[in-house]
Design a binder for this molecule. Structure first.
Ligand code: ADP
Ligand code: ASP
Ligand code: MG
Length: 416
């Protein structure tokens, strides 16, 4: 008789999958069933439900400017609640499990608190526990920095923990369990006709995630691409096949647009009336880089009277840090000040086929124009076009673009 291969599987469950006791029991049954088939499981979990947001709110009530180290210490507790409860639930089923924090699991990270990068994984303890026949449950979203302090890996960072562990352990599978059946052509909460994709390339997923598709954290896809980790995104609450995120998808060049992303977590900043001479942009963006603030769309207006305006978008979460710094940079440069607009949304279309098809951006702008949606900023990459629009137009823009590019019907190519 042919023996089925026994695999090492990384299974990651997001916050919505461990939001309450019943859901944690469902996850435990799922993990236990996997081990009953003879597979070894390393499970990564997020904080329950909205706990990370709740912790942030709590911190906000105590301090408007909490030390980064203490914020990370607080945020990392959410994941610890989940690992302990899930381990208990597996024991309750008669299984054997052990919960490990990120540091206990050998996950090392750099010192950029709240958005740290994983620098190394030393999985000896994980291997030891697996050898003892245990399910190893690891807290997502956290690592230990060279100072022996906990750093967190950016919002959605449990995806990164899972993919990095799958790479380090050379796991046979990396499953990302969530509250939808896979990666869709757009957020199914905004467009109910959105279609589940059977497969999507790393490059497209990276652009979608970077443009705000919450289903996967962008940095986790960078790591997956670098180490060739195939990811299976699927639902915790069904047995259906989900979406495979892989290197290449057959016929992918034929599909012009694979998905539409939506991001309402960005704000637009404009530094006005600054001198039009070399070094000014470097000064502004250098200052932002110095406090680890990422900038996305950038536009510079045409110079008038030797001055111009530079506008760009940053994550709303970075405003508290970015605004005071930019106010002082603007002052230093003799600018007239800083404008902050939090009421914007970013919509983006993504598809590898854009490389070989002309007129995609024009079609996007036309669809928005026909629906009287004004475009405030534009940025492009080889396989993405993004537009900033008014916040109130954001969801409509997503619906319009999803329709304009015919994404409501199942795409044939790439769906093998
Ligand atoms: P988890 O708690 O499992 O980490 P997230 O809330 O981070 O889950 O991500 C899942 C959510 O991402 C879905 O509920 C869905 O509303 C949203 N989402 C946004 N864009 C997409 C997309 N293109 N495909 C699937 N889900 C998406
Ligand atoms: N709990 C963290 C967050 O809410 C990490 C994660 O869910 O992946 O961002
Ligand atoms: Mg998530």
């Amino acid at each position: 008789m042919k023996m089925k291969k026994k695999k090492l599987v990384v299974m990651k469950f997001g916050g919505s999958s461990v939001a309450d006791a019943e859901k944690i029991k469902t996850v435990a049954r799922k993990v236990f069933a996997k081990t009953k088939l003879g597979h070894k499981a390393v499970v990564v979990v997020s904080a329950p439900g909205d706990m990370t947001d709740d912790l942030l709110e709590m911190a906000d009530k105590i301090s408007q400017n909490p030390p980064d180290r203490e914020l990370d210490m607080l945020l990392a507790t959410g994941e610890q609640v989940s690992i302990a409860l899930l381990s208990m639930a597996i024991h309750e089923l008669g299984g054997n499990a052990v919960s490990l924090t990120g540091p206990q699991a050998g996950i090392f990270a750099d010192s950029s608190h709240t958005k740290a990068r994983i620098t190394q994984i030393k999985p000896s303890k994980i291997h030891d526990e697996l050898k003892k026949g245990k399910v190893v449950i690891v807290a997502g979203f956290q690592g230990l920095n060279p100072n022996q302090d906990i750093t967190t890996l950016g919002r959605g960072g449990s995806d990164l923990t899972a993919v990095a562990l799958a790479a380090a352990l050379k796991a046979d599978e990396c499953e990302i369990y969530t509250d939808v059946k896979g990666v869709y052509t757009t957020d199914p909460r905004i467009v109910p006709e959105a279609q589940k994709l059977d497969r999507i390339s790393y490059d497209e997923m990276l652009e979608l995630a970077g443009a705000g598709s919450q289903v996967m954290q962008a940095r986790s896809i960078e790591v997956a691409k670098k180490y060739g980790v195939d990811i299976h995104v699927r639902s915790t609450f069904s047995e259906d096949e989900g979406t495979w995120i892989v290197k290449e998808v057959s016929g992918m060049e034929d599909v012009v647009v694979s998905g539409v992303a939506y991001d309402k977590n960005q704000a637009k900043l404009s530094v006005t009336d600054i001198p039009d001479r070399p070094g000014i942009a470097a000064k502004i963006f250098g200052a932002l880089a110095g406090i680890q603030v990422n900038v996305d769309m950038i536009i510079q207006s045409a110079a008038q009277d030797n001055t111009n305006d530079i506008s760009f978008t940053v994550s709303k979460a970075d405003l508290k840090k970015a605004v005071p710094l930019l106010e002082s940079v603007s002052k230093e440069l003799g600018g007239k000040g800083l404008l902050v607009d939090e009421k914007i949304a970013k919509v983006a279309i993504v598809g590898v086929g854009m490389k070989s098809h002309a007129g995609v951006a024009a079609k996007m702008f036309e669809a928005l124009a026909q629906n009287k949606i004004n475009i405030e900023m534009i940025s492009t990459s080889e396989i993405k076009v993004s537009c900033a629009v008014k916040e109130e137009d954001g969801q409509k823009a997503v619906q319009v673009l999803h329709k304009a590019f015919g994404l409501g019907t199942k795409i044939k190519s790439g769906a093998k």
